[in-house]
Design a protein around this ligand. Structure first.
Ligand code: TUI
Length: 313
């Protein structure tokens, strides 16, 4: 498959693996890159030494390009920004904020910069400040989300910018890839599907919950605090939503989520942990290698395009 995105990033398939905090480490990222997509290591809130080690391990496992996601709310964001230049990481994606202050540094180092945006205004701003592409992420995604759905956001971003647009949020198979391309995207980013990849090192309990989830099994906490986060419904989200309804303070709510993602990912705490997941969890039904996933997804999309070509008389 050849699109503006595969050309920009020198990859085989127009599929990025989301930079999921605590989840997207070197094993997963290298597996996705080796399979022909773009694997991404999540810097999340990790200190610079930890991220450096992750980058070095990924380099040992793959000769293909991979990326690092910088979570802009991290207290280490600036140090990480410099680390990526030092380590000559070819692609950087950003989330949860405006990467404007790092843009010049990264562009001068020859890196490809791909911010995640949740609105047209942000997409235009990122194009103006020199982004190579944008990821338009709809609110079907897991983790920290915006307001607009992928179906509405992607075509509006496509109309607003000239750089390649990558669709994300609610995309988990070849139908999603084909649909995103039809909306004008040059590729997709997927997170939830990769949670159950064989190379994904999250706790077995978390994987099982994703495999068992149904369409309506995610909940969004934190709408009242301005930090909406989508995750699988469990005791923690029920308590959180109840406390939000009671008007509990940001500090009290934070106590419930502090360290909760790590507890889900590493300890398999499916009760009090935060199992971040997108709305497509309901259609993720099997564990596969990243290679099997990418080949299946691209094969499905190609079949759909072939079939669609017969619709026109
Ligand atoms: O960033 C994400 N998803 C994330 S980050 C994350 S880390 C976290 N962990 C625990 C609790 C809360 C967060 C988990 N999931 N996706 C990309 C994304 N970016 N979604 C929304 C945005 C975004 C939001 C505001 C992008 C830009 C933006 O603009 C801010 C501004 O300055 O205008």
């Amino acid at each position: 498959m050849k699109t503006a995105l595969t050309e920009l990033l020198h990859i085989e398939y127009p599929i990025l693996q989301g930079g999921m905090a605590w989840v997207a480490e070197h094993n997963l990222a290298a597996a996705v890159s080796n399979a022909g997509g773009l694997g991404i290591i999540a810097a999340a809130n990790a200190p610079v030494e930890v991220v450096r080690e992750e980058i070095r391990k990924a380099k040992e496992m793959t000769d293909r390009p991979f990326g690092v996601n910088v979570m802009l709310l991290s207290p280490h964001a600036e140090e990480i920004a410099n680390l990526l230049v030092e380590e000559k990481v070819p692609v950087v994606t950003t989330g949860a904020g405006n990467p404007g202050t790092f843009m010049k540094l990264w562009k001068e180092a020859g890196m490809k910069v791909i911010p995640v945006v949740a609105s047209v205004a942000m997409a235009k701003m990122m194009q103006r400040s020199g982004a190579d592409a944008v990821i338009a992420e709809g609110c079907e995604s897991g983790g920290h989300i915006g307001e607009t759905t992928t179906m509405a956001l992607v075509p509006q971003v496509v109309d607003a910018v000239q750089i390649p647009v990558i669709g994300a949020g609610g995309i988990g198979d070849g139908r999603g890839l084909a649909a995103a391309l039809m909306l004008g995207a040059s590729g997709v980013q997927m997170g939830t599907r990769f949670l159950v990849a064989r190379e994904c090192t999250i706790h077995e309990n978390y994987k099982k919950k994703v495999l068992k989830a149904k369409d309506i099994d995610t909940a969004v906490t934190g709408r009242s605090t301005g930090h909406p986060v989508r995750q699988l419904r469990n005791r923690m989200t029920r308590e959180y939503l109840e406390m939000e309804k009671e008007g509990k303070s940001f500090e009290e709510l934070e106590l419930l989520t502090l360290g909760s993602l790590r507890r889900a990912v590493q300890e398999g705490d499916t009760d009090g942990g935060s199992m971040m997941s997108g709305q497509i969890a309901g259609m993720v039904k099997k564990e596969q290698t990243c290679k099997e996933m990418l080949e299946e997804i691209v094969g499905e999309a190609e079949n759909l395009f072939r079939e669609a070509a017969t619709w026109e008389k």
